[in-house]
Design a protein around this ligand. Structure first.
Ligand code: FE
Length: 370
């Protein structure tokens, strides 16, 4: 029996269609009753997936595996189909810009408040007034004007090699500028938004002059030129090429939970330190979402964001990537808990990270932090 089911869906996955073709017109007669029932129920179940009453289109800089359980949960709860296009943060923002009024994107899901601030500045986003979102999301984790909303928290902390560093040697980001760390720090390049946002927070907390002094002194303490991402620096710490780095917490979470032996082994050789616990708190950033200016499904998009901010979704969302939920009442993953939770977070309004971004980039240039 040759029955070919061709499932055609366009790029966004919506408007799915099913074609059934038989090579032999008489094949129907040859099919048993049970086979017919089986074929019909398969066709029906495939068809039903395209029978959502409504839809929402998401451009996502977040990995598919993080999003899937949430997409499934939202679809089941609302009968609104979620179509996801994945890509790099910068590429997706550029795409929304180029597509202009014709964009199919309703929601932009991305990381770093700096990226969301830029999207707002570029006029890509729509102002949203949702009392529910304002209630669910602490004020410092969302845009003052309602253009973007934080949905998970990550902390940019100190990670160190416990063989060479005592935790009592560590205290603040400020301390990393001291001479005792000469030739002992490795950290990624300043072209990365995570470091730009960290410096932007230092500008807000301690002033631009101090931020420049800090960046210059930390740069003087580098054991090597910045190259590679956070995980590259963490590997250098494990290998003893440097003693401390600054990296996002979830990367260590991924190592600890990894299926790869070498990553799990590396994870045992590096420790987390939350800086500034007696001062302003550890620097945090978000992954977040916004609704596009030209969204055609705004009501559904708001519902999707409200779902992502709900207790149910928060639990899944933060745990899937070993991040932190946006409210302290939601449990964190066991791995995250093992580093100590709750910790003192810097509750600087994250809008500041975007506002200070260009000043941070100029400081990095001036001090020669590549
Ligand atoms: Fe990252």
């Amino acid at each position: 029996m040759r029955i070919i089911l061709i499932l055609c869906s366009n790029l966004l996955g919506e408007n799915s269609m099913i074609f059934m073709r038989t090579d032999n017109q008489n094949i129907k007669n040859k099919l048993s009753f049970t086979q017919l029932i089986l074929v019909s129920s398969l066709a029906l179940s495939l068809l039903s997936s395209s029978l959502f009453a409504e839809e929402v289109n998401v451009y996502s800089a977040r990995k598919g595996y993080l999003l899937q359980p949430l997409v499934d949960g939202f679809q089941a709860q609302t009968n609104i189909k979620v179509n996801v296009i994945s890509g790099k943060a910068k590429v997706l923002q550029k795409r929304i810009k180029q597509e202009g009024a014709n964009t199919r994107a309703d929601v932009l899901l991305t990381v770093d408040a700096g990226n969301l601030y830029k999207a707002k500045e570029d006029g890509l986003l729509k102002r949203i007034s949702s009392p529910k979102l304002n209630n669910l999301i602490p004020k410092y984790l969302r845009d003052d004007d309602g253009y973007w909303f934080g949905l998970s928290i990550r902390s940019r902390v100190i990670m160190y090699n416990p063989k060479n560093v005592e935790s009592s040697d560590l205290s603040t980001y400020k301390d990393l500028a001291s001479k005792k760390w000469r030739n002992r720090i490795c950290i990624r390049s300043s072209s990365n938004i995570y470091n730009q946002s960290l410096l932007a927070s230092i500008i807000s907390n301690l002033g631009e002059d101090y931020a420049e002094e800090w960046a210059r002194s930390v740069k003087n303490n580098f054991s090597k030129d910045p190259k590679g991402n956070d995980r590259t620096q963490m590997t250098s710490v494990v290998m003893g090429e440097c003693d401390v780095t600054i990296a996002n917490t979830y990367y260590l979470g991924k190592w600890i939970a990894s299926e790869k032996d070498n990553e799990r082994k590396y994870a045992e050789k590096i420790s987390v330190f939350f800086p500034n616990q007696k001062t302003s708190g550890a620097h945090i950033n978000i992954s977040g979402a916004a609704i596009t200016k030209h969204s055609k499904n705004e009501v559904n998009a708001v519902k999707f964001l409200e779902y992502l901010a709900s207790d149910k979704a928060q639990k899944l969302y933060a745990q899937a990537n070993h991040e932190y939920p946006i409210r302290d009442n939601i449990p964190v993953s066991e791995i995250v808990q093992s580093w100590g939770y709750p910790f003192k977070k810097d509750t600087l309004n994250l809008d500041e990270l975007g506002k200070n971004n260009s000043r941070a980039v100029m400081i990095f240039d001036r001090v020669g932090w590549k």
